[in-house]
Design a protein around this ligand. Sequence first.
Ligand SMILES: [Ca+2]
Ligand SMILES: [Ca+2]
Ligand SMILES: [Ca+2]
Ligand SMILES: [Ca+2]
Length: 537
Amino acid sequence: MRFHFFVIVIAFLLLKNTVYSQTVEKEFWDGTVYFKIKGNQSQIPKEWDLTKDGYDGLLRDLQISDLARAYGFTAIEKHFRTPALQGIYKIHFSEINKADLLIRDLYKLPNIVYACKAPIHHLFSIPNDVSVNQWYMNLIQAYDAWNITHGKAYVKVAIIDDEVKISHPDLTAMIYTNTLETLDGIDNDGNGYVDDIHGWDVSDNDNNPEPPASHWMYSFSDQIFSHGTHCAGIAAATTNNGTGIASIGYGISIIPVKCAKDNTSIPLALDAGPEGIDYAIAAGADIISLSWGSATNDSVTADAVNAALAHDIIVVAAAGNNGDTVLMYPASINGVISVGSVSRYDSISSFSERNHKVTVMAPGDSIWSCMRKNNGYMYQDGTSMACPMVAGLLGLMKSLDTSFTTTQLKNCLLAGCDNIDAINPTAVNMMGAGRINAYKSLSCLQTILNESSKKNDNKFYCFPNPASDKLFISYDNQMFFTHIEIVDLMGRLLKTIPLSAGVNTIEVNINSLSAGVYLLGLNKNKSRVVMQKFIKQ
Ligand SMILES: [Ca+2]
Ligand SMILES: [Ca+2]
Ligand SMILES: [Ca+2]
Ligand SMILES: [Ca+2]
């Protein structure tokens, strides 16, 4: 019995993040630095997992063989695939007291862009055991919003977190499937990830983002490796299936990205958040949800977030849980939607950060969602919970019509917010646009649709319709549209046709399609501007 008690106390302390295995750094992973070089990317080895020979060769190429000896490098990792991030490497080294010296020496390299420590990104949730149900759906007018639209499966929210239990019965139907990938040990779609059919585990470099039952604390606490599952449920749990919970996203898909190692020394923290963002870019996420952060504005996380923004992805992040005005990152990076938390009475949650970078507030007190244990449900508090609610709402908004730009979606998210200043006089100007209101944000988008509905008449059409083997598509490309996509009614992409400038009619062979109704989407980068239905006979 005594032994048991001892183990549980240790588990509790670890949970509170008061005891780390960290010996040197409090806010950074010991023995880990990132660095980024510019230069000839073709010299970077093609293999993502370097062999021993590749490792030595890489040290020579990077001119860091001397540093490797001096600081006792144990591994050098290169995870990033997005072109803007490909110069980033992660070094693990044994001389853990010398991180600052190593960074100083890395800055002497000829092609260095930056070098920095790897921040511990803490998950912004707090255990909670209150017991009432999904009260927040009323507060944010979700029921009225769902009368306007449900979510569409082709809208994808990436949950970048410690795990996602993709087998949970209230999540599994909503997990995105990479249809270009088959389970055969080969990277079929060439995105750099082998067999990434249902997301990716960037920390352990495998295709299974599920929580690891092997972790020694797994059976001691329901909180361990359950955070991402909870967040995924808030954004996009299966809705109207007669089980568990509803989600604001109501039909959108989840890209699960695991960013904590199965054998992590610090539960409730991430070691590979930026790498997770990199994967979400590769997987074609529309929205990225980041329920974690640090007070450090490190270069790698900023680089990864900016790469996502450059890909026209909406990035949503939790504002932080210290209950003060400190800026946390990635939430406070320019262009990120920073989300604070309110209670059911619209009062700011005591734990929520409040500052001039907060973009919107969302319910984050006593949020009932999925947990990994027994495929059940639990309450959690935190800006961690408020964040995926906003990500899920943006997914619902994007589902209303594919033509919306990210700017229009963000503008209507903010325009729909309810002002809660009167309830929170001490936090005025530190709660962004106010508390989200799903119905008002969707109404805002409807207004835009009504105003623009006539403008695209007669500029994009197809014939004959119905068609049997050939479909002719006419378009006027003064707007620099990039491509046309053929999708089925489930939103699955079947064909991509690149466009050239000018007024054109192109011929498309549709022999491979089975009989049924399809959609033609005219696209500008990631945004579908117009859609047309056609019937294959
Ligand atoms: Ca792949
Ligand atoms: Ca494969
Ligand atoms: Ca795994
Ligand atoms: Ca459900």
